[in-house]
Design a protein around this ligand. Structure first.
Ligand SMILES: [Zn+2]
Length: 65
């Protein structure tokens, strides 16, 4: 079975829906932008939707050099 309501790290499905960290709301078509680490904790992932990527000039994690 495939979890459809959660976006996993490294999952780069363009139609994924989930939480956009930039406008603080759910959106479709979000992409993973940043992976950060919090000390020895689990860290986190920041996702952004299309409009926010455009507005803030964000480059998806998978598209970064
Ligand atoms: Zn957004």
């Amino acid at each position: 079975m495939h979890e459809t309501t959660q976006v996993q790290a490294g999952d780069d499905t363009p139609r994924a829906s989930g939480w956009c960290s930039w406008h603080s709301g759910n959106a479709e078509g979000i992409r993973l932008i940043t992976v950060y680490e919090q000390g020895s904790g689990s860290g986190g992932h920041l996702f952004a939707c299309g409009p926010c990527r455009k507005e803030h000039g964000l480059v998806p994690f998978a598209d970064q050099p």
